[in-house]
Design a protein around this ligand. Sequence first.
Ligand SMILES: [Zn+2]
Length: 256
Amino acid sequence: MKFLILSFLFFIFSVPSFGFVVLIDPGHGGKELGAVSTIYLKDRNGKKIKKKVYEKDLTLTLAKKIKQKLEKHFSTYLTRSFDRTVSLEKRAELADTVKADLFISIHFNSSSSHKFHGFETYYLDNHDDKAIKKVEAIENIGMEGENKIINHILIDLVIKQTVGRSKKLANSIHDTVGQKMQKRFRLRDRGVKPGLFYVLALSKRPGVLVEAGFMSNPKEIFKIRSKAYLDAYAESIAQGVVKYYGTLPPKEIPLF
Ligand SMILES: [Zn+2]
C-alpha cells in the first residue's frame, strides 16, 4: 500500500502538466526601480568601489530562474523578460492573456531600519496590520493614471474566490523556503501574511507575493545577490508550486 501511495505521489510530481499555467511577475522594472541598496565591493587592487543594487534587477534574475525550473512541469510565463516599465494593470491583464492558473509576484523587502531581515510570503486578504500596510504602500506603486483606488467590491469578490487557494500556495512556498534555506543562509522566518496588493487583486487568480529578503539589511543584501541564494530561492518556490499542484482536487487539474 505504501509503495502504491509513493508511486502515485511520484506520478503526480513528475508528470508535466502543460495545461496548468503559471505566470511569474518580476516586481518593478524600467523607471520603477523598487528598493535601492548601496553596497561597497573591493576591486582587484583592494580598492573600495561603490555599487547600487536595484530591486528591479534582482526580481528579474530570480523570476527567470524560477521560470527555468517550473517550465519542466507547467506552462510558465513572465510578465516582463527584460528591464522595462510595466504597469500593475498590464501585469494583471497578462494573467487573462495567458490564461494563468497562478500568479506569483517576486519582490525584495526594504525598511528604513537596517535591522530588519528575513523572508515573508503574502497572499491577498484583508487585514489591519500597520507594518503590512507599509509593505503594501511600496509594492502598490506602479498603477496607471487615475485608477489608484480599486473598487473594494471587486477586491472582496476576488478575495472570496481565491483566498483559500492563495493561502495554501503561500504556505507551500513559504514552508519549502524555510526547510531548504533557513538554516543554510541563517534566515529569519517572518511568516505567511495577508496583504492587499493591487497586482494580486487585479490578476483575479490565486497567487502570492514573495518578499525574498531585506535589501536594506547590510548583511542580507550580500546573501540576496549571491547566485547560491537566488538558485536556492528559485528551487524552493518551484518545489512549493509543484507540491501545491499535487494537492489540487482532480477537477481543478486541467487535462489538456
Ligand atoms: Zn518590490
